[in-house]
Design a protein around this ligand. Structure first.
Ligand code: ATP
Length: 453
């Protein structure tokens, strides 16, 4: 099962290339397919019918059944039969089979079924970009609830936050298999809370028991609870209960607590009680080391020049870095050609295009800043003076001046017809803050990387 699961992206990628599946069809029909189980030589594939509707089953099995089978045979070097099931059917069967389950046992299973067996400390490459986050994670894994509680890990998309969280969970369970470890995304936490309120078969009390009777809670992508008042409220109480009873909490987010401006103050301050660590984009050496690790784990042998080509060109997202290697290998299998730089260029032409270089404009800067602080670009252009908006706007003034040729009065015109002295004042404020507050310096670095990866 794990072998097929590990190669699932590669299988789908192979099918995409072999059958010239368009991006939109790929996203719609193939990405929602997941390996549910493998028994003997029968692979059961679940279709996320919440996403694409129950009628999709016939369509998918008719249109993609055989091509998928061929892709699996090609990548796995073995023949398999396939059957498709709807995810909702699996859920219903599971529920039927679980009449009056042992709540704690079930909770533990729930949280852990999401742990990726490959996301361990052994497979995590440590570099200058993530060494603090790695060290803090290992320390927490070795001594839960003793040193940093909570541990708050933040960083951009695809940089290894989930990998580190799963590594902590695996490690704690290896040391003590009976430890009650729960890993959950904040989206799932929210959905379960809503379900517990809406569904007559479950109650908020069950929900609370599930999340409060554990030893370790890992909650991924906390930024998704922003603006959801009842989820924040529930999470606040969950946090307090666990923290008071000396249970470990680990949180990940795409930004540091202080940049989650619309997060309730009482939650933000709690997030800062323990240790906050960041993960940055990897440097060239770390990118090479990650590629080598993947080569080793997947049993591949790739020419070093190809590795250098990928590491030089795919810089800011490790998921894309790994995806690039997968694409090249899939294309070489498909074309039955050896992996070399020419083939790599062809496989990655959509990912690495010289024309892709984004031009840095004030509009781009403002869009990135708005997204980072969970406000809209229109807020930045507006005359609204509340702190939630004024602070990101000053950061925008500063970065527009730093990263573009726009004059103070051009920036002023763009931002709600402000005059150049207001812009100068905003920039001055940010510069002073950078000098006295290292986390401000860090925010500026993170934003600059987002704008110009
Ligand atoms: N230091 C590392 N060593 C080895 N693999 C890594 C490292 N960092 C990230 N990866 C790999 O990169 C991929 C993306 O990582 P992960 O899903 O943990 O990112 P993330 O920061 O949680 O992303 P998101 O913001 O989308 O939630 C995973 O396959 C992970 O194993």
């Amino acid at each position: 099962m794990n072998e097929i699961q590990d190669k699932w992206d590669e299988i789908l990628e192979y099918l995409k290339i072999e059958h010239c599946v368009t991006d939109v069809s790929f996203k719609t029909w193939l990405l929602p397919l997941k390996v549910y189980s493998v028994r003997d030589n029968l692979i059961t594939i679940s279709i996320d019918d919440k996403m694409i509707g129950p009628d999709s089953k016939n369509f998918i099995s008719r249109k993609y059944g055989i091509p998928l089978k061929v892709a699996i045979t090609e990548i796995m070097d073995e023949n398999y039969d396939l059957e498709f099931v709807l995810a909702s059917q699996i859920e219903t069967t599971k529920k039927k089979n679980e009449s009056l389950p042992d709540l704690k046992g079930k909770n533990q299973k729930n949280g852990l079924s999401f742990l990726n067996p490959r996301y361990t400390f052994d497979t995590f490459v440590v570099g200058a970009n993530n060494n603090l986050a790695h060290a803090a994670s290992l320390a927490v894994a070795e001594s839960p609830a003793e040193i940093y509680n909570p541990l708050f890990i933040y960083g951009g998309v695809g940089l290894g936050k989930t990998h580190l969280m799963h590594s902590i969970a695996h490690y704690i369970l290896e040391q003590n298999a009976s430890s009650k470890v729960m890993y959950v995304t904040s989206e799932k936490f929210t959905n379960e809370l809503i379900e517990s309120i809406r569904n007559v078969n479950t109650t908020p009390t069950e929900f609370r028991e599930k999340y409060r009777n554990i030893d370790v809670l890992l909650i991924d992508d906390i930024q998704f609870i922003i603006g959801k008042e009842s989820t924040q409220e529930e999470f606040f109480h969950t946090f307090n209960t666990l923290h008071e009873s000396k249970k470990q909490i680990i949180i990940s987010s795409d930004k540091p607590p202080k940049d989650i401006l619309t997060l309730e103050e009482r939650l933000r301050s709690r997030f800062e009680w323990g240790l906050t660590v960041d993960i940055q984009s990897p440097d060239y050496e770390t990118r090479m080391a990650i590629l080598k690790k993947k080569e080793e784990l997947d049993g591949l042998q790739i020419d070093n020049e190809v590795m250098k080509y990928i590491a030089t060109n795919v810089k800011s997202n490790i998921r894309e870095l790994e995806g690039a290697l997968t694409k090249i290998v899939a294309l070489s299998r498909l074309k039955k050609q050896e992996v070399n730089v020419t083939l790599a260029e062809e496989a990655l032409k959509d990912l690495i295009s010289p024309d892709d270089k984004k031009q840095i404009t004030p509009e781009l800067i403002i869009d990135v800043i708005a997204e980072h602080f969970n406000i809209t670009s229109a807020d930045i252009y507006s005359v609204n003076k509340s702190r939630n908006i004024a602070y990101p706007r000053q950061v925008a003034m500063y970065l527009c001046r730093k990263l573009t040729d726009y004059s103070l009065s051009d920036i002023g015109k763009l931002m709600g017809k402000r005059d150049h002295t207001t812009i100068l004042h905003g920039i001055d404020k940010v510069e002073k803050n950078i000098k006295k507050d290292p986390s401000m310096q860090n925010t500026i670095e993170v934003l600059t990387k987002k704008i110009n990866p």
